[in-house]
Design a protein. Structure first.
Length: 617
């Protein structure tokens, strides 16, 4: 233990006052690290919301021999696989009850027959309408808004028929007797996708725009789903088919038949499900005919035909069908719907399930994402901070995903912070999932401090001149701070003048010999009772408090109220710890203690100096 030396003389105070003025000058002229040019590196696992079935988890489970039923019931707690559940008449009796959104809010869409011929009709009358023509393979056709509430078909640039009211229309496939349904196909130019099942319907969205949908049977729709690699195991593909069919069925039953769509559904898409990842990806004919291994998917659909995932709790189902949400993968355990979606009510089958399978063979386990200049600037505005210096996960959901994320930095010249939940952070930062393991800051000059809790403190004290040049461009933030290095930092940062006296007999060969003498002459260090300095000893947190109190030039009382549960106010270091606590230099550990006997790490040293002299946090 270094001698306490609580009384600071007037001479020492004048020396330190000059040193602190020098620090202020260095700070005012030092370059400032710009938050918008130094990227954050996020590290995590999984892709997607992580609620319900994990697609990569299903594949890993299938490789271990689990069946499709075992897979889906593992992810959807308390569920079962049911063949031909009892569903409403409109859904089972209609040959094409499912409406799939293909294009939304268009004033025009272009199409061409890819095979066979097409029939057209306008309005809600019988089809076909010979006056509109019969599109042939290779011809370019379009449907366009022609004014307030009217639309018309065009063959090339030739208008066909007359402009119709309300932009209701239908494109039907002519299927010659004795030929397969898929021999007649239509391609939408806007997306390049070809459809060989069902019909194309058009319905108005505004007075000048319309939606384009496919009207299908459930099993025809299923054949065009493209959500997982078709080379996967049969059980994994069947599990995906069960989830996709159940998801679409649930959504259809929630929205009801097309004839009773609400105004909001009509305005959004006039559909039960969209054809994108907003619901689930539907690519039509491409899946059946063109993609490698597509036959595997067709087999999976046929093997599970008319099978749905059900649950007995009718409060959270539609005719027994569950909300079978799924995503690419989770971070090792599935997410609840309340955590993953922000739902107000917890569904009994969307619980957290331990899932190491989700990380097996998964290219997104782990992932790394960097937020660069533009992204950081946008994030700062969203967070109402002018500069973000540190991002860390404060607490986690039982699944391991981030529950609360703390953003710390500046609001103008003031230290500021704000919190956001993991879902917001994932979306705003463009992350693959909310399973955020850690967030690192990639800033010069040191190569090894980016994932240190104290990275921004290290950069700040470096810019203010406390650090100097270190070998190997390494700061080693987790290493102990030696008394030699501490002297080097303080003497450089405080711009202490050379000493006129050699104070200690055991530091002559130390590279920081001059800095040690400068600190001794300034009264910041006194040495041990035997007159030695012991430069290779580590600095304890108790000693660090003493050094800083001496730099502040204060006269400490003999005793104070205990500043921390493990710091007696009457101990030799208690008043010094109370002083740096009052000044905001220390916040203690997360458990509320100070741990005075613990060695001060180089990272902690940076935080002490940054808070003490540079206004850091």
């Amino acid at each position: 233990m270094e001698m306490p030396g609580r009384i600071v003389t007037a001479h020492i105070s004048r020396v330190l006052l000059a040193a602190l003025l020098a620090v202020a000058l260095v700070i005012s002229t030092a370059p400032v690290a710009n938050a918008t040019v130094d990227p954050f590196r996020f590290e995590g696992n999984g892709w997607g919301h992580g609620v319900g079935l994990s697609q990569y988890g299903a594949q890993a489970r299938a490789l271990e021999g689990q069946s499709a039923a075992e897979i889906v019931t593992a992810y959807y707690t308390g569920s079962s696989v049911t063949q031909s559940p009892v569903l409403p008449d409109w859904f089972t009796n209609d040959l094409a009850p499912l409406w799939v959104g293909l294009l939304e809010n268009r004033a025009r869409f272009d199409f061409t027959p890819a095979a066979g011929t097409l029939d057209l009709c306008q309005g809600l009358g019988d089809c076909p309408n010979p006056a509109l023509g019969t599109p042939q393979v290779g011809e370019s056709w379009s449907f366009r808004s022609t004014g307030a509430g009217t639309c018309q078909f065009f063959n090339g640039e030739t208008p066909m028929g007359t402009a119709g009211d309300n932009c209701y229309a239908r494109i039907m496939r002519i299927i010659p007797e004795g030929t397969p349904d898929t021999d007649t196909r239509i391609t939408l130019t806007d997306t390049g996708r070809t459809y060989a099942r069902g019909e194309i319907a058009v319905r108005p969205s505004t007075s000048t725009e319309f939606h384009v949908m496919a009207e299908l049977s459930m099993e025809d729709y299923m054949l065009g789903i493209a959500e997982v690699p078709f080379a996967w195991e049969p059980a994994a593909l069947q599990a995906q088919a069960l989830a996709a069919r159940t998801f679409a069925g649930y959504r259809a039953l929630v929205r009801g038949p097309e004839s009773t769509f609400s105004g909001s559904v009509k305005a959004a898409c006039w559909c039960h499900v969209k054809d994108s990842s907003a619901d689930q990806v539907y690519k039509g004919w491409e899946v059946e005919s063109e993609r490698t291994g597509a036959a595997n998917w067709v087999n999976a659909v046929q093997a599970t035909a008319d099978m749905y995932i059900t649950h007995p709790d009718t409060s959270f189902t539609r005719s027994g069908l569950i909300l079978a949400v799924y995503s690419s993968s989770n971070g090792g355990a599935s997410e609840t719907n309340t955590a993953g979606f922000g739902s107000s009510t917890q569904y009994p089958y969307l619980l957290t399930v331990s899932d190491h399978w989700s990380l097996i063979g998964n290219p997104n386990a782990p992932w790394t994402s960097r937020m660069h200049v533009a992204g950081i600037t946008v994030a700062e505005k969203l967070l109402e901070l002018t500069q973000v210096d540190r991002i860390r996960v404060l607490d986690r959901h039982p699944s391991g995903s981030a529950k609360t994320v703390l953003f710390e930095g500046k609001n103008g010249t003031l230290n500021a912070s704000t919190t956001r939940d993991g879902r917001w952070t994932r979306g705003a930062m463009g992350l693959r999932s909310a399973w955020i393991d850690r967030v690192c800051r990639e800033r010069a000059p040191f190569a090894d401090d980016g994932c240190s809790f104290f990275e921004h403190n290290i950069v700040n004290i470096y810019l203010a001149g406390f650090v100097g040049v270190l070998p190997g461009n390494a700061y080693t933030p987790d290493a102990d701070m030696t008394r030699s290095a501490m002297a080097s930092f303080l003497a450089a940062g405080l711009s202490l003048p050379p000493a006129s006296t050699n104070f200690f007999p055991d530091d002559d060969a130390d590279p920081n010999h001059a800095a040690i003498n400068s600190l001794a002459e300034a009264g910041i260090v006194i040495g041990y009772e035997d007159g030695t300095y012991r430069p290779n000893n580590s600095v304890t947190r108790a000693e660090m408090a003493i050094y800083l109190a001496r730099v502040f030039g204060v006269t400490l009382p003999e005793s104070v109220p205990d500043p921390f549960p493990d710091v007696p106010g009457a101990s030799w270091f208690g008043p010094a710890v109370a002083e740096i606590l009052a000044r905001g230099v220390t916040t203690g550990h997360d458990d509320g203690t100070y741990k005075p006997a613990q060695h001060t790490t180089r990272g902690q040293m940076a935080a002490f100096l940054d808070r003490a002299f540079l206004g850091g946090f």
